[in-house]
Design a protein. Structure first.
Length: 233
């Protein structure tokens, strides 16, 4: 991802701060607060039942290696029901793990230079989210995947985990292939990696939506600091 920041001269920094009546500390504190509000509310929303599953923008479907199942589903006994059960358990696992992102995000929102802050404040309506994703996506993925893996292994629905549901689906598909004679068998399982990536992408999407709202809607500027930093833009 391309770097967000550009160089700011002292004169440019002073002009923005003076015009807006903001101190360096207020700019940084306001941006950190906006990110904290955005990440907390997004994680809370996605961690609820159907947070992922019933939101078309973030709903998680089968991994790439399993896309052929959709094409050949009519040849798999009970295939449609197996797919729906698997997709449901996958999304339940993501919902189960989403709340765990909160402390990871809080730890990540720590350092921001004044140059970064001014560029974010006066940048695009998702500039803070882009900054956060650029700085934290890889470490978040490393920290988040074990939590996703644990959730995928939990017996979430009727005593069945997402991992077991996915394995059952693949086994049914491979059996229906008659040993690979009718169609190619599936021999890989990227479920944990797939759900981690899609789960985080969905989370950042919701953070971006929240940032847009904070920037543009006074009702979303829920603290005096947010009103001062974003209300004058």
């Amino acid at each position: 991802m391309a770097a967000l920041t550009v160089a700011c001269t002292k004169e440019e920094i002073d002009k923005v701060l003076n015009d807006g009546g903001l101190s360096n500390e207020e700019v940084i504190a306001g941006l950190k607060q906006a990110l904290s509000v955005g990440t907390d509310s997004s994680a809370t929303m996605l961690s609820k039942v159907d947070g992922y599953y019933k939101d078309a923008a973030v709903k998680i479907f089968l991994p790439d290696e399993a896309q052929a199942i959709y094409t050949n589903i009519s040849k798999v006994p009970g295939g449609s029901a197996l797919i729906e059960q698997t997709v449901l358990t996958i999304n339940r696992a993501a919902e189960d793990a989403a709340d765990e992102a909160k402390p990871i995000f809080i730890d990540a929102i720590t350092s921001m230079t004044i140059g970064d802050g001014l560029n974010i404040l006066n940048g695009a309506d998702t500039a803070a989210t882009v900054y956060l994703k650029d700085k934290t996506y890889d470490p978040l993925r490393v920290a988040f995947q074990p939590k996703i893996s644990a959730s995928l292994s939990k017996p979430i629905i009727l005593g069945i985990s997402a991992e077991q549901s996915y394995k059952d689906l693949i086994n049914a598909y491979n059996t229906a292939s008659l040993g690979g004679l009718l169609f190619e068998q599936i021999k890989t399982n990227s479920l944990s990696e797939h759900v981690t990536r899609k789960g985080l992408d969905g989370l950042f999407l919701k953070v971006a939506e929240k940032e847009k709202a904070i920037r543009s809607n006074p009702l979303e500027q829920v603290t005096d600091l947010l009103k001062k930093v974003f209300g004058k833009k």
